[in-house]
Every structure is written in C-alpha cells, then in structure tokens.
Ligand binder design. Structure first.
Ligand code: R5P
Length: 295
C-alpha cells in the first residue's frame, strides 16, 4: 500500500515534489487554532496499517513542535504502521555544547523529545560539529541526506573555474566533499566568533587563486555575517565577485539583501526562499523509501 504524506504547515511546493517522489497518497488533515490559541487537529484519512510520512519543516520551530507531536501521536493511536518525519532543516543542532555555565544544550532534550514520537527521521545535512552523528542525540533511526552531490552538480553546470571557499573549519566537511565531486580546488578560512553577529575571518595567502571564481559554501546562513565577512575579505585581496551557497538559508533580518550586494546567493530548497535553486525532494524521498522497504 502507498504511504500517506501529511503536510504539516510546510512548503506546499516541496510537499508536492515529495509526494510525487514517494509515490504517496495525500494525507488529509484539518488543523486550526481555537480562540485561546490552542491547536485543534483532525486526521481525515484512514491511516490504519499504513506508513505515514509527516513533512514538517522545523525552521522557526517552536510553534511547530506541539502540532507535530499531536499529529504523530494521533497517527499512532489510529493505527499507523510507522510514522516518519521529514524535516529538511533540523533545528536545535547548533547549541551542541555548554558554552556558559547553566546553558541548556538544546540538541539533547530536543532529540530525546522527537525520538519519543516518530519512528524514523530524515533530514538534510544537520549541523554536526561537536556532535558527530545524529545517533548521539536521537534514539531512533535517522537518515542524513547529503547536499554535497546536489551542490556540486549545480556548480559544475553553472560556474566556470570555481574555487570553493569554506569560511571556517566546521565547513570543511561540506566544502571538501563538494570540491571533490566538482573536481575543483578548495581553501578553508579561519573564523573567530565574538557574538551572534560579530565574526572575524582570517585568510591564508590567496595569491595563487587570482582569476578563479570564489564559491563560498556553508551549511547555514543565519545572520549572514560569516558569509559577508568572508566575501569582503576575499574582495579586499583582489578576488572577483562570486557565489555564496548555503545548504540552509535562514536569512535573519537583512541578511539576504546585504549578501546579494556582495555575491550571487544560492540555497537548496530546505528552507523556502527566493534564493532556492537546488532541488532536494528526490534525495529526501529516496532515503524514506529505502527505510520503508526495510522489514
Ligand atoms: C557555524 O557554526 C555554521 O556552520 C555557520 O557558519 C553559521 O551558522 C553561520 O551563521 P551566521 O550566518 O549567523 O554567521
């Protein structure tokens, strides 16, 4: 039997692509806010013994979590065979260590919470830095779909003589793989973060890279300061205007407008945005289908 795909208030365009690639039926859902702002939710599809896939994209997550839990638990209660969550962006992965005494290390309680409500989770390139794998924080099976092959393909089709740039050591895991797949060189910068919007970028000697098109790659663009300051530093040493590619374009405040003045900005479709140029649905759906095929 085909799986049922429920779109919980997420990008309808991506939901349709996912439904197509999953060969799923649309799950019918009725949700609204009660006058007191509590959530009403009703499932109008028969989910008895069917695999149910929830597409709930957890950027700006706080208002999405409770409806997600209500939906997942109701699906189970109504007899769903397995409940899968697709969240192209996985939130609460960056607070992965206690930087200051008393801080909540969000990744752990959040992973524990979701693990209690769904059977399998699929996401694209979560921020794995001091946490090395999702099974350190999730107690359910998970699949991490890499953006590198999709980004490399886009670059090979769109840019001549790319020089991949990673703005900090954390980005090397993505940048080195994209560069390998695109058969192009890469350089990693050094970043010192002083605050949410305050970062310093230090460049190695870039003399040998004059004439290349700089292509910055990072997993998350949030305030955009990491990308902006890297672009400014590169332009100060004579490199041309280039590209700025983010897996997840969150773009807080004016980040997108500011970045566009310095580079062409491209993101994958994990967070719906005008900069989306790299499609992800087929890869995400493949990970779900492979897991659903396991007995
Ligand atoms: C770092 O930890 C991440 O990989 C990104 O470099 C970071 O999230 C970018 O943040 P922002 O756009 O606020 O500089």
């Amino acid at each position: 039997m085909k799986p049922l795909l429920f779109n919980l208030d997420s990008d309808p365009f991506l939901a349709n692509q996912l439904r197509h690639h999953l060969d799923a039926d649309s799950g019918l859902l009725n949700t609204r806010q009660f006058p007191d702002q509590e959530t009403y939710l009703r499932i109008d599809s028969n989910c008895q013994n069917r695999d149910c896939v929830i597409f709930c994209n957890l950027y700006q997550p706080n208002s999405k979590i409770l409806p997600l839990i209500f939906l997942a638990d109701t699906l189970r209660e109504l007899g769903a065979a397995r409940v899968v969550l697709i969240t192209p962006y996985l939130c609460y992965m960056r607070q992965d260590i206690r930087f200051q005494p008393g801080e909540c290390v969000n990744a752990y309680p959040f992973g524990k919470l979701l693990s209690q409500h769904v059977d399998f989770l699929v996401t694209m390139d979560p921020h794995l830095h001091r946490i090395h794998a999702l099974d350190e924080v999730y107690q359910i099976p998970t699949a991490v779909v890499p953006a590198a092959p999709l980004i490399a393909f886009w670059v090979v089709c769109s840019i001549v003589e790319p020089l991949f740039i990673g703005p900090d050591s954390e980005s090397e895991q993505w940048v080195s793989e994209v560069a390998r797949l695109a058969e192009a060189p890469y350089v990693i910068m050094e970043k010192v973060r002083h605050g949410d919007r305050d970062v310093d970028i230090h460049l190695p000697d870039m003399t040998q890279w004059q004439g290349y098109t700089p292509v910055l790659v990072d997993d998350i663009i949030s305030s955009g300061k990491t990308m902006q300051n890297t672009l400014k530093a590169l332009q100060n040493v004579g490199l041309s205007r280039g590209y700025c590619i983010g897996v997840h374009g969150l773009f807080a405040d004016n980040a997108y407008a500011e970045l566009k003045q310095l580079a062409d900005v491209v993101t994958t479709r994990t967070v719906p945005h005008a900069s989306n140029q790299i499609e992800i649905a087929e890869s995400l759906a493949k990970a779900v289908t492979e897991w659903l095929r396991t007995p």
